[in-house]
Design a protein around this ligand. Structure first.
Ligand code: HBI
Ligand code: FE
Length: 293
């Protein structure tokens, strides 16, 4: 998990860390970068992403050229599910992030990556945040899941359990896969906004693809700087919302307290295995080998 060291907002930001998007001050090359990324992703997504994502693109008119104006986007999103999109300078402290989500506000970076950063950048930019995250917020079930996550985050913060909850976010909202009959599709924003990972996550023999389990995810380490070694598969957005809403996380946090996390490539005896990864990609890069478990 990325932490933000400073706990007070930078100059120019409000107390809740929001800043004006200042849409009219984007340069033509910045709009052109959005269009380039948008075209590259939308060309390959129809066969790969969950239909709810494509519906969101349509409901929110995201195919309109140029970086979206957050006011216009928020109007459409508000009508669909009561969510808004607000601009922030970059990563914000966990509790600020959770508080926005709990109030159905999604925080998005206003800046866009440079051509040198086209395939990798550390802080979430407007393309990752808006193209990756916002379409599913037009889906009522996912919209409720994200709000529940924010509320859960505020509770977890009081119990020192943010790390466990952050793993749930990572393996669902950022890197989740979803079943579609006999096939898998992507829905996680980190995959959807990445050209390479949209292919890798579904088609490459390297990563594990395992069934979703709440406690399992909360106990699993993740990589922040490369493709995942394991993706977790949900049955449906409804199932994800139900399993998280109906479960009291308190006892899970207690049970996991002090337990050793699972490695990024672990496969356990009671995992549902959709695909047992070769881990060839990770091993070629010298990443962790399985520890015996
Ligand atoms: N800030 N802007 C921004 N975007 C995020 O996705 C984000 C954040 N701060 C904290 C955070 N994510 C995560 O660490 C939480 O999910 C735990
Ligand atoms: Fe993200």
């Amino acid at each position: 998990m990325t932490t933000v060291l400073s706990s007070s907002p930078p100059p120019g930001a409000a107390a809740d860390w929001t800043i004006p998007q200042a849409w009219s001050s984007y340069r033509p090359d910045e709009h052109a970068m959005w269009d380039r990324l948008f075209q590259r992703q939308s060309a390959m997504l129809p066969q790969r992403v969950t239909p709810a994502f494509l519906e969101g693109l349509d409901i929110l008119r995201l195919s309109k050229p140029g970086i979206p104006d957050f006011n216009e986007l928020s109007d459409r999103l508000m009508k669909a599910t009561g969510w808004q999109v607000v601009a922030v300078p970059g990563l914000v402290p966990d509790e600020v992030f959770f508080d926005h989500l709990a109030n159905r506000r999604f925080v998005a970076g206003r800046f866009i990556r440079t051509p040198e950063q086209i395939d990798y950048l550390e802080e979430p930019d407007v393309f990752h945040d808006v193209f990756g995250h916002v379409p599913l917020l037009a889906n009522p079930v996912f919209a409720d899941y994200m709000q529940a996550y924010g509320k859960g985050g505020l509770r977890a913060a009081g119990r020192g359990a943010i790390e466990k909850l952050a793993r749930l976010y990572w393996y669902t909202v950022e890197f989740g896969l979803i079943r579609d009959g006999d096939h898998l599709r992507i829905y996680g924003a980190g995959i959807v906004s990445s050209y390479g990972e949209s292919v890798f996550a579904l088609d490459d023999p390297s990563p594990n693809r395992l069934g979703f389990g709440l406690k399992r995810l909360m106990r699993t380490n993740y990589k922040i700087d490369d493709y995942q070694q394991t993706y977790f598969v949900i049955d449906s957005l409804e199932d994800l919302l139900e399993k998280t809403e109906k479960t009291d996380f308190g006892p899970i946090y207690e049970e996991l307290e002090g337990s050793e996390p699972y490695a990024t490539d672990a496969v356990l005896p009671d995992d549902i295995v959709y695909h047992l990864g070769t881990q060839a990609y990770a091993h070629a890069k010298g990443q962790t080998q399985s520890k015996a478990r």
